[in-house]
Design a protein around this ligand. Structure first.
Ligand SMILES: *Cc1c(COP(=O)(O)O)cnc(C)c1O
Length: 406
């Protein structure tokens, strides 16, 4: 067997996150390949009957079936766990598979969840539509109100579920306070960290119990595959999440896992550069809208109500921000239609700059009332700032503002 230090936690646990993103979890075959091997195999063969019996009995280590384990996926799981500072991780087929698994693996009829009002549309759908169908009670609160979390706790509260920064309003949740409150009440906090990733924010360092991801976003970072992950303690991942995942099958394909490996190699570089670019573009948009045309929601700008908290819990504030045009949907659509460089796209975390209108796309099916309560008006636009020269992005936005008469 080749020397594969990436699988030895006595060595890897000393590495810093940027090193983990390149090397953590690397397991090499007898060929000693530099790039992670892609094991496109659903099943495995065994030298003898006792070997497979021992593996199924959990008495011997080894692969049995790719819904249970796959070497390429296992490398990714170990890498993400190490980056996150988590004991364990399980990869999922998509971000929504990760959120569904993280919630349903631990919830039963009669339990209660407190969830953030501002959230990705499908995350809100899980709370508003899926949980109630199975007798799981849900309270949706303003996640930026520390007192609201405490007030929502009931004797049967099992889970706190939130995003920070939130999609698309960029609400910032006080991680230390809310996760600490959960701990004190025996509640499991589940944090959707898609907007930041471990490169910019590690919720476990602030007392979170479970971190769930859409790896489709910054982790892949190049708009190629859907992927997700859930991180937590060995006990949570192996005893609570794994029985659910193994028997329901929301698994990540080895090919997509391999693509995410390639993405993680540059995550730290991209997350930092895109954060810098997003700040530069954010300052421009704020200046442009300052004469009564609208407002900017960017946690990296002093105008954000929780700017100081964002700077304290995040290394940098990420590629995504939102802005609200006073001219409503008409102004927003005219602006989008005038873009020449930035694409109209509802994806985020990509190396390309992308702009979308949440009210008619990612948050369309939740209804106007819930949207307004969440702070998503018809004039709101959400931008993902990519790796282009930020001056080109700014020039494009400037000409689009001009042509849209904003
Ligand atoms: C995109 C997104 C998801 C869903 O992830 P998919 O990979 O598209 O399934 C969940 N949460 C947040 C915050 C997201 O931005």
């Amino acid at each position: 067997m080749k020397k594969t230090t990436g699988t030895d936690r006595s060595i890897t646990s000393k590495w810093r996150p940027a090193t983990q993103a390149v090397r953590g979890g690397t397991w090499r075959s007898e060929h000693g390949e530099t790039s992670e091997a892609l094991f496109l195999s659903s099943g495995y063969t065994y030298d003898d009957a006792q070997t497979v019996a021992d593996r199924f009995a959990g008495e011997a280590h080894g692969m049995t079936y790719s819904r249970l384990q796959n070497p390429t996926v296992a490398m990714l799981e170990e890498r993400i766990a190490l980056m996150e500072g988590a004991e364990a991780c399980r990869a999922q087929a998509s971000g929504m598979a990760a959120m569904t698994t993280a919630l349903l693996c631990q919830l039963s009829a009669g339990d209660h969840v407190v969830g953030a009002r501002a959230a990705f549309g499908s995350c809100r759908w899980l709370l508003d539509h899926l949980c109630p169908r199975f007798g799981i009670e849900v309270s949706v609160i303003d996640s930026t109100d520390n007192a609201a979390w405490e007030a929502a706790i009931r004797p049967n509260t099992k889970v706190f579920f939130f995003e920070t920064p939130a999609n698309p309003t960029l609400d910032i949740v006080d991680l230390a306070h809310v996760c600490g409150l959960a701990r004190a009440h025996g509640i499991t906090s589940v944090v959707d960290n898609a907007f930041a990733t471990s490169a910019l924010q590690r919720p476990l360092d602030f007392g979170a119990d479970v971190v769930a991801y859409s790896a489709t976003k910054l982790m892949d970072g190049q708009g190629r595959v859907l992927a997700g992950a859930v991180c937590g303690t060995e006990q949570f991942i192996n005893e609570v999440l794994l029985p659910f995942q193994r028997n329901t099958g929301p698994n990540l394909s080895p090919f997509n896992a391999w693509v995410v490996h390639k993405g993680l190699e540059t995550l730290d570089l991209r997350a930092r550069r895109q954060s810098e670019n997003a700040l530069e573009v954010g300052r421009f948009v704020e200046g442009r809208l300052s004469r009564g045309a609208g407002r900017v929601m960017h946690p990296g700008l002093p105008s954000h109500p929780r700017h100081a908290m964002a700077m304290q819990q995040m290394a940098m504030t990420g590629p995504i921000f939102a802005f609200d045009l006073n001219g409503g949907r008409e102004a927003a659509f005219a602006f989008l239609d005038a873009l020449e460089l930035v694409d109209i796209s509802n994806n985020i975390g990509d190396a390309r700059s992308l702009l979308c209108h949440p009210a008619s796309t990612t948050h369309a099916n939740m209804g106007e009332e819930a949207r307004l309560e969440m702070g998503i008006g018809q004039g709101m636009l959400r931008i993902n700032v990519g790796l282009e020269d930020p001056l080109d992005v700014i020039e494009d936005l400037a000409q689009a503002f001009d042509r849209a008469g904003i």
